[in-house]
Design a protein around this ligand. Sequence first.
Ligand SMILES: NC(=O)c1ccc[n+]([C@@H]2O[C@H](COP(=O)([O-])OP(=O)(O)OC[C@H]3O[C@@H](n4cnc5c(N)ncnc54)[C@H](O)[C@@H]3O)[C@@H](O)[C@H]2O)c1
Length: 333
Amino acid sequence: MKILVTGGAGFMGSNFVHYWLNNHPEDELINFDALTYAGNPDNLKGSEDSPKYKFIKGDIRDKDAVQSAMAGVEVVVHFAAETHVDRSILGPAEFVTTNVVGTQVLLSEAMAVKVKRFHHISTDEVFGSLKLGTKESFNENTPYQPRSPYSASKAGSDHLVRAFYETYGLPITISNASNYYGPYQFPEKFIPRLIIRGLLGFTLPVYGEGKNIRDWLYTEDHCRAIDLILTKGKVGETYLVGSNSERANIDVARLICDYLGISQGKIEFVKDRPGHDLRYAIDGTKLKTELGWQAIGNFEDNLKSVVEWYKNNEVWWRPLLEKAEIEKGNITL
Ligand SMILES: NC(=O)c1ccc[n+]([C@@H]2O[C@H](COP(=O)([O-])OP(=O)(O)OC[C@H]3O[C@@H](n4cnc5c(N)ncnc54)[C@H](O)[C@@H]3O)[C@@H](O)[C@H]2O)c1
C-alpha cells in the first residue's frame, strides 16, 4: 500500500511515520511536508534511510505539488496544519489558508486519484470548552463550537472533509484527538516548554491559576488508534480519541518539577491566554466498543519517560531554540 502522510516532519506526524514503518514494513510511505518552523527533518532520524520512505518538501496549498505527490497513492493521512493556539491569536490568516484551503486542495487531489481512504487528523478543540468541576465530555455528536482561530480553522477543515464524503463519496474518516504528549514536540508547546525551561533553570510559566484541564493522549497510543481506524474504521465516520487522563495544568507542572528534581516554587503563574478553553474531556466509548482501542499505560509513567527523553535529547531541542532566537518573536520559551 502506498500512503501519503502530510505534516510528517511535525510532532505527531513524525511519531506516526516511525510507528507506521515499524509496524507495516510492507507499505510505502511518502512524507509531504512544507517544513515550516514546526517541521523538523531531525524528527525522522532512524526512518529516513528506509527504502520504503520518501520525503517530499511541499505545501498542501500548492495544487501542482500535491497533484504530483499524489500519484499512485492509496491512502492519505493528513496531519499537516498550523497548530499553535497562541500563534493563531497573533496571526490567524496562515491558519485559514493552511488548515482550510490546504485541506481542500488535498481532498480534491485525493479524489482525482480515487484514494481508498482519506484520514483527517483533527482536534477536540473544535467542540469548544467544558465547564470545570463537571463530568461532561465530548462525544461524536457534540456540536462544534470552536473558540480560537486555530480551532475554528480545524473545524472548517473537518466540515470540508465530511462534505467531500457526502457530496462526492470520497472515502473519509476523521479522528478528533485530545492533547498529545510524547517525544519530538516543538518547544513552544506546554509540556516540552516546561521541561526545557526547567532544564535550563528558568521558571515554569503556567497560564492563569493552572486550573485548565486537558485529557493527555500519549503519541504511541494515538498512533495505534489511527492504525485501527485506517484498518477497521468505517468510511464516513468520526472517532474521538481520548485517554481518560484528565489533568489540570498545574498538576502537570508539579509532576514535571518532581521528575526534573527541581522545586515546585519554580512554577510561575502568568497572564491567561484570551479565550482560554477551560476543560476538554473525551468520551471514548465509540472507539473502544467498535474498534477495541484503549490507551496503554498511565499518564505519570509516560510523562516521566517524556521528561527523560528531553533530558537525553538536548542535541535535538537546542538547535530549535537557537533557530527560534534567530527568527525573533516566533517563540516565547
Ligand atoms: N498537538 C496536539 O496536541 C494535537 C491534538 C489534537 C489534534 N492535533 C492535530 O494533529 C496534527 C498534527 O499536530 P502536531 O502537534 O504534530 O503539529 P506540528 O505543528 O508539530 O506539525 C505540523 C506539521 O505540518 C507541517 N505543515 C504546516 N503547514 C504546512 C503546509 N501548508 N503544507 C505542508 N506542511 C505543512 C509543518 O511543517 C509540520 O511538520 C494537526 O492537524 C493538529 O491540528 C494536534
